[in-house]
Design a protein around this ligand. Structure first.
Ligand code: ZN
Length: 328
């Protein structure tokens, strides 16, 4: 169990280092601008009802983030953060997102999720953090509260544009995510880190999810090493000139990575693969990256979920997520 804790510590540190190039704090998976919450006026904070249909046991983990988590955010310069109390509407959204997670994820969270917390006051670049809790094998997931009201497209586009040097006379990048919302995607991604840690999927030697792609926890197989898709701030490289955006995505579709963020580490690769597999299979959503000219005309469009090199990894995810029937 201690091993899991050590792993996630290293994951958080790695994430912190990866985002140093972007000038942002320890953070997973990505960043986005805050969007004002639209909580209905006059509604007070919600109480978790024991009669809620889902997994009351998961809803009961919702509480103000623990002090060590708050200290991590403050240590990263976010001195204005404060615990966010969910309104009834927000709680219903969180409940729905938790209920939509794969059964494997819900079972592992049931045993290993210590706290699910939401924070106000996280600046635009902050989204969330998955970190070891005090007890062995226990984890805290802490999210920017305004993510609850954010569209997946807003979230993804804001994150992706931070990779590029803006140029108003040239192209822009838009990342459209359909089928679900940012909260569901984030919970899929973050809870996959918990699954990964508990089951030690990417934490041991190279396993089936990394074989042929990664040679260790930070390096790629030789055939991938020169790819432009690996020369981004997610790999601690400088921001990319916007005029080379098409070349970067042309390179991405020649790799088995579902997103540029997946190149950050084997654990991010796995979290992205599982999250997008679920967006496609369970939410019937799409991921569409568009490079547009200054007039908004789409110059090129990419659909990573249709990339054969990505799709050939999905059966492994299916096998992982398929419940094993209990012997009677
Ligand atoms: Zn992540």
């Amino acid at each position: 169990m201690k091993k899991h804790n050590e792993f996630l510590h290293s994951f958080v540190i790695a994430a912190s280092a990866a985002f140093a190039a972007l000038g942002s704090p320890p953070n997973c998976p990505v960043q986005s601008e805050p969007v004002a919450t639209n909580a209905p006026a006059g509604r007070g904070p919600a109480e978790v009802s024991p009669n809620r249909p889902l997994a009351g046991s998961l809803l009961n983990r919702i509480a103000p983030p623990p002090k060590h988590v708050v200290d991590t955010f403050i240590g990263a310069g976010m001195t204005e953060i404060r615990a966010h109390t969910l309104t009834e509407v927000e709680l219903t959204r969180v409940e729905k997102a938790l209920a939509s997670l794969p059964e494997l994820h819900r079972q592992i969270l049931d045993e290993h999720l210590h706290n699910l917390g939401f924070l106000d006051g996280i600046p635009g670049e902050g989204t969330g953090l998955t970190s070891p809790a005090g007890a062995p094998g226990q984890f805290d997931i802490t999210l920017r509260a305004s993510i609850i009201d954010e569209s997946l497209t807003t979230f993804l586009t804001t994150k992706e544009r931070r990779l590029f040097l803006p140029d108003p006379d040239l192209t822009t990048v838009t990342v459209r995510g359909t089928g679900t919302d940012a909260l569901t995607y984030i919970l899929l991604h973050e809870s996959t880190h918990v699954v990964d840690s508990v089951l030690a999927i990417t934490t041991k030697t190279i396993g089936p999810f990394e074989a042929g792609i990664w040679v260790n926890r930070k390096d790629f197989v030789p055939s991938l090493q020169q790819s432009l898709a690996l020369k981004t701030p997610f790999r601690r490289q400088a921001p990319i000139p916007m005029r080379t955006a098409m070349a970067v995505y042309d390179a991405l579709v020649e790799t088995p990575f579902v997103s540029l963020y997946a190149t950050a580490s084997p654990s991010e690769d796995f979290a992205e693969l599982v999250a997008w597999h679920e967006v496609l299979q369970q939410h019937h959503g799409e991921l569409i990256i568009e490079v547009k000219d200054a007039q908004g005309k789409v110059l090129r469009s990419y659909e990573p979920l249709s990339n054969p090199k990505v799709r050939q990894r999905f059966p492994s995810v299916d096998r992982l997520l398929t419940p094993v029937s209990q012997p009677s």
